[in-house]
Design a protein around this ligand. Sequence first.
Ligand code: BYC
Ligand code: FE
Ligand code: FE
Length: 470
Amino acid sequence: MSIDYSEKIPNNVDLAGDRRLQRALESWQPNFLNWWKTMGPAVPTQDVYLRTAVDVGKQGWAQFGHVAMEEYRWGVFLAERGDDRRIAFGEQKGEPVWQQVPGEYRADLQRLIVIQGDTEPASVEQQRRLGETAPSLYDLRNLFQVNVEEGRHLWAMVYLLHAYFGRNGREEAEALLVRNSGDLDSPRILGAFNEETPDWLSFFMFTYFTDRDGKYQLGTLKESAFDPLSRTCEFMLKEEAHHMFVGTTGIDRVVTRTCELMREHDTDEIAPHGGIPLDVIQKYINFHYSVSLDLFGSERSTNAANYFTAGLKGRWQEERRKDDHQLTEDGFTIDTVKDGRLATEEVSALLALNLDLRNEYVKDCRSGLKRWNRILEKAGYDTRLYLPHVGFNRQVGLFAEHHVTPQGELVGADAWAAEQDCWLPSEADKTHVRSLMRPVYETGRIAGWIAPPTNGINGKPFDYEYVHLA
Ligand code: BYC
Ligand code: FE
Ligand code: FE
């Protein structure tokens, strides 16, 4: 079904057929627009070359064109699905999926949807000022594309809250616009979404590592027995791919430029030459990876076990797993710290589902490292980038009370304090990276710390006018 953009809230959920719901969402809409105006992109533009979803089908779901940002149409789109979908896991495996929320799971489902919904506007807030320092118009356009789609992801969750959770859901939808990233009194729910994204290296790391958590969490919610949530997440995942592409290729381009500068000046101390040294890139990886690992919750989690057993949240690619999809008899080995040493422990597989998901995520993260190391190898350099140990710099889970080095050694608080600046971006590193952040807004030009992209967007060249500034 293609989407009618003449409606106030474009949708494929027949909003017009449910006047109450339509009115409720229409009364939330001005609050959203007000939030976007005050917390969304800070740089004024005439228009931006954006893709807009026009159809949820496999072909042609996106249309590209120059759009005035305040006229961007956020809508409600669910993937279409066959009628006979069955629950794929947990106690009720094999039964038909739910079109309504069962009373006993109301609180848990609402909580999952609120947590998911909270991250979307949070990321827009974190990225608010990046438009002031984009390295090219191409990058500026990508930032705005990510921002409008995260805004749409918020719409997706707000639709579910309004449509299925009554008055309570409407209150939660309001609260999603009240909490703000980094706000001392009313912060966003999850840690990573209260960190700053003050520079473009952080932005690329965020879209590589943190949007990727989004991919994996949405992948598990796509398995949900609550069908409207499942279908919502399936469509969100399509948009997510581009966010991670921005991160992957962004870091490709930083590494490429760093190699060029090292060659040109015959030194790896390229900061004075306007580049980002490899060891600083590594520290940014260490930070964003460890903060994103926290987003998976604790390695041992009764919440995760309950969500799975109830059918609310499945595993990554649940249907492809070759087991009984109930896991009541299975075990799982987890890393932990025992008597001051790194050790392993056997727990029920149900308790280890956050770790199961995190393991899939880690595997996926390695693909980026391989790409970036191939760039280093081709350029003839021996240094390699890596993912730090999973216990490094953790605030959540079994390592939270401990200090673990990137190499996976347990150390005391003194050693941690002494070495921290070698492992995480120091004030000096951040100041240097920020000093490079100056806007380059002439078509076809690029900042000196990053290489241009190999391809433009939607077949357009790099020097296309992706953004018309106001
Ligand atoms: N920060 O049993 P545990 C995205 C709390 S990103 C603060 O270990 P559970 C995006 C936890 O709430 C994807 N608190 O955790 C990316 C619990 O509190 P209560 C977002 C945390 O529940 C880029 C307690 O600690 N989506 O889409 O199994 C741009 C014990 O928790 C944190 C989702 O996360 C933390 N990091 O797992 C834009 C999906 N971790 O209940 C968007 C929905 C844990 O004791 N969320 N706690 O008060 C979930 O599935 C789960 O809530 C979590 C946590 C995976 C987050
Ligand atoms: Fe999102
Ligand atoms: Fe995203």
